[in-house]
Design a protein around this ligand. Structure first.
Ligand code: AOF
Ligand code: ZN
Length: 334
């Protein structure tokens, strides 16, 4: 690994501190190096707050060193006035001579203009260090800007013999396919995405609250499909713990592509990622319209022999995400 790669790798590592808090902004990471030593670090503040470069520059105690330093960043520094002033202007103001960037910012407001600004000011700019890793790290942000829809994660649990639910349900005793560790992991995942979606049957059968209880972090916005107006305020998804958006005849034409319309609705609402937690019909709607990016599948130890079959899909196992256990498989759509 080269020196540049090592520092960009560190940028990605600290950027993850922003996971779940920055969206729909990207969770950027930045480090500042002088004389082979890291003298400053920063990551994107919660939505509306400082960008990573600002936090990195602020963290440097001896600002004189910036004149001889290199700033590393996972994403091209911005050039526009959004909720905050342009990072490229701040870099130029501090006379930082060398900038090393992971990947270009595809947001139409930036898209190369940040790099141009820096070069025009005489900075030495290197672009494309660990580019794929940086693009992957910013997957939610890139999907949102390039595909004009949220990054979509499908999640379910299936038995060893491929069922998602048994034939007959026992009201008193819900059947658990997975264990408490997977439950905790799912709650962690909920904190990482902006929204969570389930279909009507899941609400009617399980009455989930879809909030985060077994982990620390933000509740996602809850999205519930209610085509035939079967849901009522007594269901837990309508409690006051988090915001809920009803997907109904009021905002969707159910005779047309449902997944596509939900994507458009979420894009309009600036939602850059969603985790879909079932049931089969809802998951299959997104699979059939090929509107999904990742599938996270738990495989339990039980067998149902009969029941509802787990969704069928074509995906590719992501090697770096499948190192912990064979009871969880993580696929990407490719
Ligand atoms: C950076 N560093 O840490 C982030 C960037 O409304 P604003 O001012 O927060 O700008 C949001 C846009 O800025 C966002 O869409 C993306 O293009 C860029 N995000 N840029 O230089 C950062 N989070
Ligand atoms: Zn910026």
């Amino acid at each position: 690994m080269t020196k540049h790669e090592t520092h960009i790798k560190r940028c990605i590592q600290i950027a993850k501190n922003g996971l779940g808090n920055t969206n729909p902004n990207p969770m950027v990471g930045s480090v500042i190096v002088y004389n082979n030593t890291i003298i400053g670090e920063g990551f994107t503040s919660p939505y509306g707050g400082n960008h990573a470069e600002v936090n990195a520059i602020n963290s440097v105690s001896n600002k004189d060193l910036l004149k001889k330093a290199t700033l590393y960043v996972t994403l091209e520094p911005c050039s526009h006035y959004g909720k905050t002033p342009p990072c490229s202007d701040l870099i130029i103001k501090h006379n930082i001579p060398n900038i090393v960037i992971g990947c270009i910012d595809d947001n139409e407001k930036v898209a190369g203009k940040g790099i141009e600004k820096l070069r025009d000011a005489g900075c030495n700019v290197t672009v494309g260090i660990l580019e794929n890793a940086c693009k992957n790290h910013h997957k939610r942000f890139f999907t949102y800007h390039n595909k004009k829809r949220p990054y979509i994660i499908l999640k379910w649990a299936e038995t060893k013999d491929g069922f998602i639910a048994p034939e007959t349900k026992n009201e008193q005793k819900p059947v658990w396919i997975t264990n408490t560790f997977s439950r905790q992991l799912v709650h962690k995942w909920r904190t990482e995405e902006q929204a969570i979606l389930v279909g009507t049957n899941t609400v009617l059968e399980d009455n989930p609250s879809l909030t985060v209880r077994d982990w620390t972090g933000k509740n996602p916005i809850r999205l519930v499909i209610d085509k035939n107006e079967k849901l009522s305020k007594k269901h837990s998804v309508f409690n006051t713990a988090a915001e809920t958006i009803l997907i109904s005849k009021n905002n969707i034409d159910f005779s047309k592509n449902l997944a596509k319309q939900i994507c458009d609705l979420l894009f309009e609402k600036n939602i850059s990622s969603v985790i879909i937690e079932g049931g089969t019909k809802t998951l299959e709607t997104f699979i059939d319209e090929n509107l999904w990016d990742e599938a996270r599948v738990f495989i339990g130890n039980t067998e149902f022999k009969k029941g509802t079959k787990a969704p069928r899909f074509q995906g590719k196992l992501i090697p770096e995400e499948n190192i912990i256990t064979d009871t969880l498989k993580i696929y990407k759509n490719d």
